[in-house]
Design a protein around this ligand. Structure first.
Ligand SMILES: [Fe+2]
Length: 158
């Protein structure tokens, strides 16, 4: 198949960016599934607040996933989105809780967001010298993800 990328980028640089974006794609696919899993399994006091809070976030993260995948394709890469690929190429453990109460899930989700946001920020910094267009997309996503983490964290504060 013919190789191409966007104007102004050489193929080696495009490959580097694609690899970074694929990691972010793995993370956002994992996050959207994990948020639904929590939506289904959270119980106890304040159940309804958390249950209903999570669905719009799933929609937000699905949009992020789509944007990253389409950026990979735009750069000439192949976005990999199958469950088997994502599970075998991630660097973190599967979410551990199933049915559990609100504080337990929020504490676990806070750690999930630590990982996703921390890695988003690392890639944002690395893209500084590589591709400002991809960087801009991830910055906008980090803004949303950090706000979501605040919502997870705030009820845990004393
Ligand atoms: Fe639902």
């Amino acid at each position: 198949m013919d190789r191409y990328t966007v104007p102004g980028l050489d193929e080696a640089t495009a490959d580097k960016i694609i690899e970074m974006l694929q990691q972010r794609l793995n993370a956002t696919i994992d996050l959207q599934l994990t948020l639904k899993h929590v939506h289904w399994n959270v119980v106890g006091a304040n159940f309804i607040g958390v249950h209903e809070m999570l669905d719009p976030w799933v929609a937000d993260v699905q949009l992020m996933t789509d944007a990253i995948a389409e950026r990979i394709a735009t750069l000439g890469g192949e976005p990999m989105g199958t469950p088997g690929y994502v599970a075998s190429h991630r660097t973190w453990d599967d979410y551990k809780l199933a049915k559990a109460n609100v504080p337990e899930h929020l504490a676990a989700l806070e750690r999930v967001y630590d990982g996703v946001i921390g890695d988003h920020r690392k890639v944002i910094a690395e893209l500084d010298d590589l591709d400002l267009v991809s960087q801009d997309m991830l910055i906008a996503q980090a803004d949303k993800l950090e706000m979501q983490q605040w919502f997870v964290r705030a009820p845990l504060e004393r």
